[in-house]
Design a protein around this ligand. Structure first.
Ligand SMILES: [Zn+2]
Length: 494
């Protein structure tokens, strides 16, 4: 949850007309709605939107390092003349994406799982490939030909497909995921394969072993495997993913495809840059960040805002950019919490009027752990007519107002779960000193692999890290059962 509005798809560059351009990769002429100039303009504009949604990670040395690897690859690409930008964004999602014109992004989430510079180069090379082969422009042109219209929604589609999954095994909002998945406008299978091939080519052109592309795909495949294993253990359905895994099939077919290409330029002597890479990412945040709030077991802490909440046993806490959701054990009812902007009004009564525009309803006042609260039950005017609403406003620390909305599958369940939802609201409190210790963000640290293996490494991990042994295996490319030599340098969580 952050104090920012979600990515606006409205502020898109308007494009019209058709041109013919020569594809820098294939040399073929193609009909397009985006020539290089409009590609650059679109990229520049969308880059600003991306920065509104994703904060660049505040680690200049790491940014410079990723940029240097990216620039090297871009210089050996089919569009070396573009003004390339490489940005590490502060997100736990496992993701990488690119915008037309030469803007490439990797999340700190994916960096945690990569094992060396060659794998990083593999990810960057793949994204550079999407740019050099003009994939977004091709997609936009196809869609316009098909009468779909909004062109750059596609460009931002490649950003939106990244919403949702937290790398540290935390849960994310199924509701938000499904919504975001609706926007996914992924590249075609052929485009993905071409990006893999180009990535492998750019690796080879920079003294990396192109076969390392295979390890990147394998890392994604292991993430997918882990997700399935955990879902099975917990006896729940696998939530749809909307990150790099969703848009980049990591199945055996892709592995097979890339194996053939990557081995063409295979260079087993090439340096992996492992030590340099591990040093560069040493100390980066793993999982949720202080700024967005952290989930620790059944507790949620938002240090900058100074509040804490506790979910009952069996409930799930889902922390996404726009809201915090506490989902009950059956998944049929939830409490969502949002930050109320000051523009919505100064008093609870004002806010109820602005947010719900009620037809009818009543409010009751209460105090929750010293904070003033107003509960509203009534009928609100919504776009499609009217809707029954059950909601609570709380003025928390720093005079910030929060809106808690009760949601359920149907009215009967809403009624049945009412007391439980109100009970969760009552756990809203100012953070204590003890909470502040629990809310400390986790970090990736390098260290020597112990003789006791991953089980021993897991003992050094924070107690609240779920499935610690499996997570550490994933982080070190050893999931589900890989071996690591004692004494060798590995990543740990602390
Ligand atoms: Zn791709």
């Amino acid at each position: 949850m952050k104090l920012r509005l979600c990515l606006s798809v409205v502020s898109l560059v308007f494009l019209a007309g058709c041109a013919t351009v020569r594809n820098p990769v294939t040399g073929q002429y193609e009909r397009t709605v985006m020539d290089e100039r409009s590609e650059l303009a679109a990229g520049q504009k969308a880059h600003q939107d991306v920065l509104k949604e994703y904060r660049p990670l505040d680690t200049p040395a790491l940014q410079a390092y990723v940029n240097s690897v990216g620039q090297k690859l871009a210089k050996a690409s089919h569009r070396a003349h573009l003004d390339w930008h490489f940005t590490v964004v502060d997100s736990p999602e496992i993701n990488a994406f690119a915008l037309p014109g030469g803007y490439v992004y990797v999340t700190r989430g994916i960096l945690a799982y990569l094992n060396d510079e060659a794998e990083l180069a593999g990810v960057l090379g793949h994204e550079i490939g999407h740019v050099t082969a003009r994939h977004a422009s091709q997609r936009a042109t196809r869609q316009q030909a098909a009468g779909v219209g909004v062109l750059l929604a596609n460009v931002l589609g490649s950003v939106l497909e990244s919403k949702g999954y937290g790398g540290a095994g935390d849960f994310t909002s199924q509701i938000s995921q499904v919504t975001a998945a609706g926007y996914i406008a992924s590249y075609s299978r052929d485009q993905e394969l071409q990006a893999d091939q180009l990535g492998a080519e750019y690796l080879a052109g920079n003294q990396y072993d192109s076969a390392r592309m295979i390890d990147v795909i394998r890392m994604l495949k292991n993430q997918e495997q882990f997700g399935q294993d955990i879902a099975r253990q917990e006896g729940r359905a696998l939530a749809p993913r909307v990150d790099w895994l969703a848009s980049h099939p990591s199945g055996d077919k892709r592995l097979e495809d890339i194996r053939q290409t990557a081995l063409l330029h295979h260079n087993p002597q090439a340096a992996s840059g492992r030590e340099r890479y591990l040093k560069a990412i040493d100390g980066i945040t793993f999982g949720e960040s202080r700024e967005e709030g952290v989930t620790r077991g059944q507790q949620f802490f938002h240090e900058p805002m100074g509040f804490a909440l506790t979910a009952p046993q069996g409930w799930r806490i889902q922390n996404t950019s726009n809201e915090l959701t506490l989902l009950n054990s059956t998944g049929e009812a939830a409490l969502t919490m949002r930050i109320v902007p000051t523009s919505a009004g100064a008093t609870h009564a004002d806010i109820v009027r602005t947010v719900f525009n009620p037809v009818s309803g009543s409010t009751t006042q209460a105090t929750i752990n010293g904070f003033s609260a107003t509960h509203f039950v009534g009928v609100a005017r919504v776009q499609s007519g009217t809707q029954t609403v059950d909601a609570t406003l709380i003025t928390g620390p720093k005079q910030q107002n929060y809106l808690f909305l009760h949601i359920a599958k149907n009215a009967a369940i809403l009624q049945r779960e009412r007391e439980a939802l109100l009970g969760v609201e009552k756990t809203f409190r100012a953070m204590s000193e003890k909470d502040r210790i629990l809310a400390r963000p986790w970090r990736i640290k390098q260290g020597a692999f112990p003789a006791g293996g991953f089980a021993q490494l897991a003992k050094r991990a924070p107690a609240a890290l779920a499935n610690a042994e499996a997570q550490l295996r994933l982080l070190n490319g050893a999931y589900p059962d890989g071996m690591v030599k004692p004494g060798s340098l590995v990543k740990m969580v602390e």
